[in-house]
Design a protein around this ligand. Structure first.
Ligand code: ADP
Ligand code: MG
Length: 567
C-alpha cells in the first residue's frame, strides 16, 4: 500500500528556501546525514547495553557509497531504524517543526535568520532532487518502509523489503551539485566533518599501489578515529600521545611542537571535554590564530572560533567538545548562544587553573616556558578582566639577571629601596640591553634592580599593572637620572653654582650628536663620583605615548583590529 501525504509544513514549499538560504553551507548535508546514522547506531548500542535488545549487534559501521551511474550518494547504518509510524512522526511531522519557525522568522527578517534553525535531515535537499529513506526498525517483526520525496511537499511511503535492520538514506544528487558524486570530494568532506565520530565510517575500500596504479584491497577504508584522545582518561595518557594527536590535528600547517597542553574534562555545570595546546610563540608572525576546532559530541561544528571563544584563547590550538554546542546553526548564532558563552568563560577559568597549578607545582618548568608563554598571558590579561585578576598570581617579571618574580615577590624585593618622592614604588626597567647599557649599570651600581621589558605587549602591560596596583610606577632606566627617579637623602659630594651647571651643560650639549626631542641631564650630584656623570634621558611619559601610537599603527598593519588588542 502506498501512502501519500503532505509534509507537515504550512507554507507551499520549503525546499526553494532551504536551497537558497543554506547555499553557502551546502556541504554540511553530509555531516547531518552521517551524524543521524551515528545517532541511530549509538541508540542501538545503548539498547543492547541496558538489555532491551537481546539479538546480535553485528557490525555497526556506517557505510557511505557513491553510484555515479545512477547519480546517488547513499549512507547506510545498522542502527535502530524506523517503523512507518516513526518515519511519519520524526520525518514528516517533527523534523520540519523547526523549519516552520524558520519560515515564520524569515517573513519578518530575511537577513538575521540564516542558519538559526537546524534543518538536519532536510538539509539533504540542498543537493538532491529526490531523497529516499529505506528503513527497518530493530523491533521484532518490523516491516521495512520506503519513504520518498522529490523536493515538493508531497511524499510517498510504502512497504518494502529490507533484510537487515537499520536505515539507508539515498540522495539523488541534482545537476548543480554533481561534485558530491566525486570520490575525492566526499573523502575530504568526511575528513572534515566526520573525522572523530564515535562509530566507524566506511567509505569504499583501502587502496594499495600495484603495478603502476592504485587498486582496492579487501580492507574497508575507515575514515575516522572513533576514540579521539580528548575523550580518553587523562590518567592513562602519555606525553607522546598528546604530541602525536597534535600532529594528527595539524598534519600540514604546524611544524613546531606545542609547549604544553590542558586536557579539559568537565562534568559540571555542563559536559565539556577537549585538549588545548599552547603553541610556541616567538613573535606575532608565528601566530596561527583560530586553530581550535569545536565539536558537539565528536561531530565537527566549526574551526573558526573567532567571536565564540574569548579573543585571547584563539591563540591556542586544539579541540573543544561539548554536547551543549549546537550543531546546525550559523556562526552568528553560535556567537550569541548563551550556552556557548558559558562554556567559553569556563574554559578561560580552566586555563587559568592550569597555569596556576603549573606555576605552583613546577615553577622551574614554568619559568623555562615563560618567555613563550608571556605574550599569551599578557594578551589574556589585557583583553579579559577575569583572567587578568587570576593571572596576577602567575604572571612573571624577569630582571636583567634572568631571574623571575611574581609581582608580589618583586614588590617585596624592591620595597625598601626603590621609591620616589611621592611614595610610589619604582619598577625600573629596560627594553634594550645595549642601548640602555650605561643607565642599567648606573642603576645597578646604586643597588637597584632593573627589569627586562622587551616584549611586544610590555608597554601596554605595564600600564595595566600600574592601574591594578596603586602607588606603582614603571620607569625606564633612561628616562631620567636615577637620583631624580629614586629620591634619596644623600648629600652631593660636588656642589656647583648655577652658573657652573649652565657651563657644564652647554659644554656637554655641544659635544652631543643632534638628537630630536632627546633630553639629557648631567648628574651633578654624581660628578666626580661615578664613571657616568652624564646621561642622555628620555621622558617616560612622552616616550611611552609614542611607543603606543607606533604599536597601534603596526597592529593596523597586521589586520583589522578587534575591540581588544590585536597582536
Ligand atoms: P535531529 O537529528 O536533530 O533529531 P534530524 O532532522 O537530523 O533532526 O532527524 C530527525 C529525526 O529522524 C531524528 O531525530 C531521528 O529520529 C530520525 N532519523 C533520521 N535519520 C535516521 C536514521 N539514520 N536512523 C534512524 N532514525 C533517523
Ligand atoms: Mg540530525
Amino acid at each position: 500500500m502506498v501512502q501519500k501525504g503532505q509534509i507537515g509544513v504550512t507554507t507551499d514549499n520549503i525546499f526553494p528556501i532551504i536551497k537558497k538560504f543554506l547555499y553557502s553551507d551546502h556541504e554540511i548535508f553530509i555531516r547531518e546525514i552521517v551524524s543521524n546514522a551515528v545517532d541511530a547506531t549509538q541508540k542501538m548500542k545503548t539498547l543492547a547495553d541496558v538489555g532491551d535488545f537481546k539479538g546480535e549487534l553485528g557490525d555497526l559501521s556506517v557505510h557511505i557509497s557513491i553510484d555515479k551511474k545512477n547519480k546517488t550518494l547513499t549512507v547506510s547504518d545498522r542502527g535502530i531504524g524506523m517503523t512507518a509510524e516513526e518515519v511519519d512522526k520524526y520525518i514528516n511531522q517533527i523534523a520540519l517543526s523547526s523549519a516552520n519557525d524558520f519560515l515564520d522568522k524569515y517573513k519578518e527578517n530575511a537577513n538575521a535568520i540564516i542558519g538559526h534553525f537546524g534543518l538536519g535531515f532536510y538539509s539533504s535537499f540542498m543537493v538532491s532532487k529526490k531523497v529516499e529513506i529505506i528503513t527497518k526498525s530493530y523491533k521484532e517483526d518490523a516491516q521495512a518502509v520506503k519513504w520518498s520525496c522529490d523536493g515538493t511537499p508531497e511524499f510517498t511511503m510504502e512497504e518494502t523489503t529490507k533484510e537487515d535492520r537499520g536505515t539507508d538514506i539515498i540522495l539523488h544528487i541534482d545537476e548543480d551539485n554533481k561534485e558530491f558524486l566525486e570520490k575525492d570530494k566526499i573523502e575530504s568532506l568526511l575528513k572534515k566533518y566526520c573525522r572523530f565520530l564515535a562509530v566507524p565510517i566506511v567509505f569504499g575500500k583501502k587502496q594499495e599501489w600495484k603495478e603502476g596504479k592504485y587498486v582496492d584491497t579487501e580492507e574497508d577504508n575507515v575514515v575516522n578515529d572513533t576514540n579521539p584522545l580528548w575523550r580518553q582518561k587523562p590518567a592513562g595518557l602519555k606525553e607522546e600521545d598528546y604530541l602525536k594527536f597534535y600532529r594528527e590535528l595539524y598534519p600540514f600547517s604546524i611544524s613546531d611542537e606545542p609547549m604544553f597542553w590542558i586536557h579539559l574534562n568537565v562534568d559540571y555545570p555542563f559536559h565539556l571535554t577537549g585538549i588545548l595546546y599552547f603553541p610556541k610563540i616567538k613573535n606575532n608572525l608565528d601566530l596561527q590564530r583560530n586553530k581550535i576546532q569545536l565539536y558537539s559530541n565528536q561531530v565537527f561544528v566549526t574551526d573558526s572560533v573567532e567571536g565564540i571563544v574569548p579573543e585571547f584563547l584563539t591563540l591556542l590550538h586544539g579541540v573543544i567538545d561539548s554536547p551543549d554546542i549546537p550543531l546546525n546553526v550559523s556562526r552568528s548564532y553560535l556567537q550569541s548562544d548563551q550556552n556557548v558563552k558559558k562554556i567559553s568563560n569556563h574554559i578561560t577559568k580552566k586555563v587559568a587553573d592550569k597555569l596556576e597549578e603549573l606555576f605552583k607545582k613546577e615553577r622551574t618548568r614554568y619559568e623555562e616556558k615563560w618567555d613563550s608563554l608571556k605574550l599569551f598571558i599578557e594578551y589574556g590579561m589585557l583583553s579579559d578582566e577575569k583572567f587578568c585578576d587570576r593571572a596576577l598570581k602567575f604572571a612573571l617579571l624577569k630582571n636583567m639577571e634572568g631571574k623571575y618574580f611574581t609581582s608580589e615577590e618583586y614588590k617585596t624585593l624592591i620595597e625598601s629601596a626603590q621609591t620616589d618622592k611621592n611614595g610610589n614604588l619604582v619598577y625600573l626597567y629596560a627594553n634594550d640591553r645595549q642601548e640602555q647599557y650605561s643607565h642599567i649599570e648606573a642603576a645597578k651600581e646604586k643597588g637597584y634592580d632593573v627589569l627586562l621589558m622587551d616584549g611586544q605587549l610590555d608597554t601596554h602591560w605595564m600600564g595595566l599593572l600600574e592601574q591594578k596596583s596603586d602607588k606603582t610606577r614603571f620607569v625606564r632606566v633612561d628616562s631620567d637620572t636615577i637620583e631624580h627617579i629614586i629620591e634619596k637623602e644623600e648629600t652631593a659630594k660636588v656642589e656647583l653654582t648655577d652658573q657652573q651647571k649652565e657651563n657644564v651643560s652647554e659644554a656637554v650639549k655641544s659635544q652631543l650628536p643632534v638628537m630630536e626631542k632627546t633630553e639629557f641631564s648631567v648628574d651633578f650630584k654624581a660628578l666626580g663620583e661615578t664613571t657616568r656623570p652624564i646621561q642622555i634621558t628620555q621622558n617616560e611619559f612622552s616616550r611611552r605615548m609614542k611607543e603606543m601610537a607606533a604599536m597601534q599603527q603596526q597592529m593596523a598593519f597586521y589586520g583589522e583590529m578587534p575591540d581588544t588588542y590585536q597582536i
